[in-house]
Design a protein around this ligand. Sequence first.
Ligand SMILES: Cc1ncc(COP(=O)(O)O)c(C=O)c1O
Length: 372
Amino acid sequence: MSNKQPIELSPPHFDTVFNEQMLWGSPSAIVAGFEDEVKDFVGRPHAVAVHSGTSAIHLALKVLGIGRGDVVLCQSLTYVATAFPIMYEGAQPVFIDSEPDTGNLDPELLEQAIENLLAKGKKPAALIFVHLYGIPAKADKILSIAAKHNIPVIEDAAEALGAEYHSTRCGNFGAVSILSFNSNKVITSGGGGMLLTADKDLAAKAHYFATQAKDEGAVMNHREVGYNYRMNHVNATLGASQFTKLNERIQKRREICEFYKQSLGSLPGISFLSEQPQTCSSRWLTTLFIDPSASGGVARSQVQQALTKENIESRPVWKPMHLQPVFKDAPTYINGVSERLFTQGLCLPSGSNLSPQDLERISSVIKNVFKI
Ligand SMILES: Cc1ncc(COP(=O)(O)O)c(C=O)c1O
């Protein structure tokens, strides 16, 4: 192992002011202040801050009334946090494959899956789609297919705060959308998530379930099982202080992606996930794909090993949910795209605190592998 300075994939970038005085005042007003900032930025009327993106997805399913045995359609190529909450509710995930250009849910396959399930008498109760690595999915198509079949949609925008699709910010689609502020995201609250919605009643329900399902009134009366999911004011303060830097951080991540494209794009067999017209990616993580049939024999694993040797972190693209042992019995609608992206894709360091020297170091390690 090299003793060179380590370079991480997406470390937190703390250069904002955060002090004790910011915590003075009512904790609930501090959390509400952070919610206001995020919902104003995204453009959604209601927000509920919680302690993780995963708990926000769980609440999204709860408020949509998803329960035991319900079929929930879910993008296969994603982080497992998108899918686990389906299991928390005893529902049945059905995984759907990706389209090649964005790596996100394939709208045609989605439509086929819905029609096939309907023919079997299994109407999907909800659909969860993702903006992989901050690249906007084809939201218009996905939403119109779901609307045609009257299926409520959950938008998992955990990786896409600040990304835009057709002039609408990601996090503003579907019945309920969610964000994550965990420590590897573009901005962090140290750990946290947010549920957003245009529906006042759904927001009130989410708040209710996030705070132990307490009935209104002075007495602690509970008719349903609730959760302790509410974000605390320390995390909210940190999130709000980071939020001031969001645009700058996204700009930096986009520049990093451009650097990789310029520097590595002409190597044989290399490609990147593409931004579609009228979309803007947050480029949370830049992901490089290496096609071994065109790369002169260079495999993704060799590039990863070379980077590791130089103390540079990288990570294979998410292992699709339909390949996960935990979901081995789940029904699937598969076209081979996510498996290809998984075997060929490598996430490169993309943190907004990377220096030009760091980027040159990373790029020269990768170029060297192609010289062998
Ligand atoms: C696509 C996706 N969904 C959900 C989550 C869950 O967010 P959290 O880690 O805040 O629970 C993450 C991130 O970690 C994610 O990448």
